[in-house]
Design a protein around this ligand. Structure first.
Ligand code: ARG
Length: 460
């Protein structure tokens, strides 16, 4: 006695329903229903073209699949756990609709190459949208940067005031990070855009299939050259999760700074009401919830990367059921990063820059100490000695509450007769920024150059 499963021939006992439920993937792999039907359509057309199936049978199967796809788009398709996964659910629905001819669809194919094909298509179809959303943020960054080339703020190392910089320069740093993110997702296509279809269970098939035909039908630029690799490779998913992790890491760093900078202590930025929330108890609060949430959501994306790495690490070739665990993390990552990118862009494009506060923060500090040391060095004092002299001035200044620009000419002269009136200009934050004109530096000219190049890259 065989069981009712599509593969039930050699089984005489039924699994309990709770065991079936544990083994089923339909609760999540139904998100690839569209890809599954598209893959089947390509496969069955190939079966006709190669003469493996006749025109009549193929017409019935195609019409059945197209009907299911239309109903799917209208939310009219119902999946069941008994049918385990999306592949067997679709085949079972097809059988209900067109009868036993549906069973011919699976000729020369296995669920192993089928699921790999669906998953490749799923990622391949989503990469362009992700790249587009990243580019939208890059565009916003460039716009904000161009409005803030001459906005002076403290630059930090170790979160200590280091040297004054242009806020535009700061923004362009994130532009560069996101540019690499977009490039990584673009490269992700290379290893995703390969067709596993026709690898069958693991070893290929005895049917005279045409793998190039199905690859062309599905828009894949390449065909896997090794059937074992085709069914067990998930590098494209690992690369996707890795790229998504680095992207989220970048957004998270920005959001961390954003959260600090809207605080009372920094007060450099103000977020729009649209991207902040109040407190249920403290009426004065305006919390940067969205920034914090993007920072927080980076954790789950990193988790998905580590989850899949761990799932994969000891798998013998070729297909193992463990591979069913590859999908949820990727689906969740797509669902996480797309809205995160959109919210991030909304937040960024509505941020209010408190230029005066940023500037002020560079005038009550010692972030112009390097300027004075450089000044002395250009007058012929060895830089190490100059560094020591300025260090002592800073120490005295901290004790007396006096900044370097407040030191009188007479006192400067006591340090070195080489110091002249022009030192006061050199100590101004805007001059310090402007003069850092080395390639890629924060000097206004350099920032303008970066912006110009970015505009060209984005085709603006
Ligand atoms: N639901 C399965 C998965 O997601 C499909 C492939 C099943 N193949 C098999 N030989 N059990 O991986």
């Amino acid at each position: 006695m065989s069981t009712e499963k599509l593969w039930g021939g050699r089984f005489s006992q039924q699994a309990d329903s709770w065991v079936d439920e544990f083994g089923a993937s339909i609760s999540f792999d139904q998100q690839m229903a569209d890809e599954d039907i598209t893959g089947s359509l390509a496969h069955v057309k190939m079966l006709e073209k190669t003469g493996i199936l006749n025109h009549d049978d193929v017409s019935k199967i195609v019409a059945g699949l197209v009907g299911i796809q239309e109903d799917l788009h209208q939310g009219k398709i119902h999946f069941t756990v008994e049918n385990e996964d999306i592949h067997m659910n679709i085949e079972s629905i097809l059988t209900d609709r067109i009868g036993s001819v549906a069973g011919k669809l699976h000729t020369g194919r296995s669920r192993n190459d089928q699921v790999a094909t669906d998953f490749h298509l799923y990622v391949k179809n989503r990469l362009p949208k992700i790249i587009e959303e990243i580019k939208t943020i890059q565009t916003t960054l460039v716009k904000l940067a161009s409005e803030n080339v001459e906005t002076i703020m403290p630059g930090y190392t170790h979160l200590q005031h280091a040297q004054p910089i242009s806020y535009g320069h700061y923004l362009m740093a994130y532009y560069s990070m996101l540019k690499r993110d977009a490039e990584r997702f673009e490269f992700n296509q290379k290893h995703t855009d390969i067709s596993p279809l026709g690898a069958a269970a693991l070893a290929g098939t005895t049917f005279p299939i045409d793998r190039q035909f199905t690859a062309d039908e599905l828009g894949f630029s390449e065909v896997y050259g090794n059937s074992l690799d085709a069914v067990s490779d998930r590098d494209f998913a690992l690369e996707f999760l890795s790229n998504a992790s680095i992207l989220m890491l970048h957004l998270s760093r920005f959001c961390e700074e954003l959260s600090m900078w809207v605080s009372y202590e920094f007060n450099y930025l103000e977020l729009s009401d649209k991207y902040t929330t109040g407190s249920s108890i403290m009426p004065q609060k305006k919390n940067p919830d969205m920034a914090e949430l993007i920072r927080g959501k980076s954790g789950r994306v990193f988790g998905h990367l580590f989850g899949l790495l761990s799932t994969m690490k000891s798998l013998p070739l070729a297909y193992n059921k463990d591979l069913q665990e590859d999908k949820e993390g990727v689906f969740d990552t797509v669902k996480t990063i797309l809205p995160a990118l959109r919210v991030f862009n909304g937040m960024l494009s509505t941020v209010k820059v408190k230029k005066d506060n940023m500037y002020k923060a560079t005038t009550h500090d010692f972030s112009n100490a390097t300027e004075l040391a450089d000044y002395l060095a250009t007058k012929g004092i060895p830089f190490r000695q100059a560094h020591g002299i300025v260090g002592e001035l800073v120490l005295k200044g901290i004790q007396s509450g006096q900044n370097l620009q407040d030191i009188s000419m007479a006192d400067f002269k006591k340090i070195s007769p080489l110091i002249e009136e022009d030192v006061y200009d050199v100590l101004k934050p805007e001059v310090a920024v402007e003069r850092r004109n080395s390639y890629g530096g924060t000097g206004f000219k350099q920032v303008h150059e970066q912006i110009k190049k970015a505009q060209e890259e984005l085709g603006l």
